[in-house]
Write a new protein. Structure first.
Length: 230
């Protein structure tokens, strides 16, 4: 599951299955109330199912994550789990974007990152097309990243796939739309989208989706740029 390094151990985890077992804590003590910045707040760790590991005491472990909600949660789980296991944990979660987190791992400035196989394959490893089979995708990324000094853990038992959602009340307003192929039949003024910034620029993101369904981004009769919010 881990790659040894002079600092500690690394655990990039994977997409279309987030890789490497989900770490669970019980009886986590939460103090205070209200919202706090995620970069400065980590709940105290109490007794739970994770017990100190032999050899963890005094070993530094730096956790990083991206800045969206899922990544923040996974990053904080890793911080809590590492602390409960006895490591001296540094929290570097909440980095903006995929590339900065990748660079921290590659440079040895961070040791643990929950990562996605699709992002690694297309964005980091520069491949043109994704691999449909999740297991094959994980294996391909694992084998390629070994060359970069990174080891992917066993895939976690959940899937993370981009999807488009429509407001419930808008389904009827848009003529009962239920499929992607129906987008082209909508009036131009109804082809409006709000997308996450990374999905907007991914090689398997917004632009390829529009092209797949015959819609040209930026075209007056396709999806004008003003119809896409980021």
């Amino acid at each position: 599951m881990y790659r040894s390094s002079p600092r500690a151990r690394r655990m990039p985890l994977g997409r279309w299955g987030l890789a490497a077992g989900v770490l669970a804590l019980s009886a986590v003590a939460l103090t205070g109330c209200g919202l706090k910045p995620s970069t400065s707040y980590v709940p105290a760790v109490g007794p739970g199912s994770i017990t100190p590991l032999d050899g963890a005491e005094g070993v530094e472990l730096t956790v990083t994550s991206k800045s969206f909600t899922e990544q923040l949660l996974l990053g904080k789980i890793a911080v809590l789990a590492g602390t409960a296991a006895g490591f001296d944990v540094t929290d570097l979660s909440n980095l903006p974007g995929s590339q900065p987190t990748r660079e921290l791992i590659l440079s040895g400035q961070a040791d643990v990152l929950w990562e996605y196989t699709g992002t690694a394959w297309l964005t980091y490893l520069g491949q043109a097309e994704a691999i449909a089979d999740q297991g094959e995708m994980w294996q391909a990324v694992h084998d390629r990243d070994i060359e970069n000094g990174l080891t992917w853990g066993t895939p976690a038992p959940m899937n993370n796939t981009f999807a488009l959602a429509v407001r419930s009340e808008a389904v009827a307003e848009l003529g009962g739309i239920t499929t992607m192929s129906q987008l082209a039949a909508l009036p131009v003024e109804d082809r409006t989208f709000c997308v996450e910034s990374e999905f907007n620029s991914r090689p398997d993101g917004m632009n390829p989706i529009l092209k797949r369904y015959g819609l040209e981004r930026g075209a007056a009769d396709g999806v004008p740029d003003g119809n896409i919010g980021i």
